[in-house]
Design a protein around this ligand. Structure first.
Ligand SMILES: [Fe+2]
Length: 411
């Protein structure tokens, strides 16, 4: 029943997007529609999207990775291009309307100035295109092509290598023992279709040359749980001086929370959920707490009460003199954490909205408290939201995947 509903919903969505794109392309970009190849692309793109998506699902259903992986990439590129083109085609429609108004105006002007009266307008050639009209026609035809190109660029961008970089964060009351302490912040690997164990192995080879004191894995580790044991071993083999800790993301619940617990219990990396651990660093210490994920909350509900409880339980055993570090898959625990005296919260989940500009998520513009990507602070309390290492949908435009190494510094 669920499969039938899913197939019907998918076909409905495809029909709606495909038909809208074809109709808008026909009426808003007539130049493209009249050309032989233009019309082939307009009809072919939705059709190819349907074929690639069906093959992707068949590959996944039959467990054929050699079909699933290329079809996943192709279907993602086509879907993004199709949706991007559909979104900009109304602009082409507006430009077409402006062109029609300009054409009408020039016809009227010519008719008024013509000696031969009303019949002159019939003789005005369609080829009589003013520079303004030429620009409008060109822009109208180019916009959908540009949108489709940026869609493909975004999909290809998701295959660029993970950016490893050092990020110093400053705290006024940092103990001298913690000066220069380096925390590798990993999250949202989404191991499976678009980020594989081979990719993780390549990343760990690159990270081997780094001095790492602590590794944290902040949720959405694997979409293929059979890959989780090997992934845990690969990360633990980096041998950080003070060990590694993980916490849950929503995808751990989606994929099978019982199996996730079993794997972590048998593996080398402790899972912190509503609990914490103290690490002794010289005469000082760091308390690492792991928040739970509010996956069971209904859509649109306020997270505050959930975070009040999970942050309190995660940090309950921390001592006042410890540096307090909270692992929270979603960044929206930050305000509660800051109020509770957590020095540093590390989060992911948002993938930075997967579209960024100048190191910030473009979606942060709409809501300054969305904490989608980067460094944030409330008073002396800090948050870093990583754009993540992987994704469940391969599209990255100006928002590369990343594995920051957070270095604690005294302000
Ligand atoms: Fe997530």
């Amino acid at each position: 029943m669920r499969v039938t509903m899913f197939v019907l919903a998918f076909l409905g969505l495809h029909l709606a997007v495909g038909a809208t794109a074809i109709l808008m392309a026909k009426y808003f970009t007539p130049t493209l529609w009249r050309s032989h190849w233009g019309r082939r692309v307009i009809w072919g793109a939705p059709l190819l999207t349907l074929v690639a998506t069906i093959l992707l699902f068949l590959g996944r259903w039959q467990g054929l990775i050699w079909i699933e992986t290329p079809m996943g990439l192709l279907a993602a590129a086509l879907w993004v291009s199709l949706i991007a083109a559909t979104l900009v085609l109304p602009i082409s429609g507006i430009l077409r309307l402006a062109d029609w108004l300009l054409k009408r105006k020039s016809k009227r002007n010519l008719r008024d100035s013509s000696d031969s009266g009303a019949n002159a307008s019939e003789e005005i050639s369609e080829e009589l295109v003013s520079p303004e009209r030429r620009y409008l026609l060109m822009a109208g035809a180019t916009l959908p092509a540009l949108a489709m190109t940026s869609g493909v660029a975004g999909v290809l961008g998701s295959y660029s290598s993970v950016k490893v970089f050092e990020l110093p964060l400053r705290f006024p009351n940092l103990s001298p023992d913690l000066e220069g302490f380096r925390i590798l912040h990993l999250c949202d690997l989404h191991l499976g279709l678009f980020y594989t164990l081979n990719n993780l192995e390549e990343l760990t080879l690159e990270l081997e040359k780094e001095k790492i004191d602590l590794i944290v894995v902040v949720g959405d580790f694997a979409d293929r749980l059979d890959q989780l044991p090997d992934a845990l071993r690969l990360i633990a083999a980096l041998n950080p001086r003070y060990g590694a800790f993980a916490t849950l993301g929503n995808h751990e619940y989606y994929r099978g929370i019982k199996q996730v617990y079993r794997t972590f219990n048998a593996g080398p990396i402790p899972l912190l959920v509503n609990s914490g651990e103290k690490i002794q660093v010289g005469a000082s210490s760091i308390y690492v707490g792991g928040a739970d994920d509010p996956v069971s909350m209904r859509w649109g509900a306020k997270y505050d009460s959930f975070y009040d409880e999970t942050v309190e339980r995660s940090m309950r055993d921390s001592e006042s003199e410890s540096f307090k570090l909270l692992l929270t898959h979603r960044p929206w625990a930050f305000e509660v954490a800051a109020k509770s005296g957590v020095d540093l919260s590390l989060a992911g989940h948002t993938h930075g909205g997967q579209v960024g500009f100048m190191g910030k998520s473009v979606f942060d513009v709409f809501n300054k408290n969305s904490y989608l990507w980067g460094e944030f602070e409330i008073g002396q309390n800090k948050l870093y939201t990583s754009s993540g290492i992987g994704h469940w949908f391969p599209f990255r435009l100006g928002c590369p995947t990343e594995a920051p190494i957070i270095t604690l510094r005294k302000a």
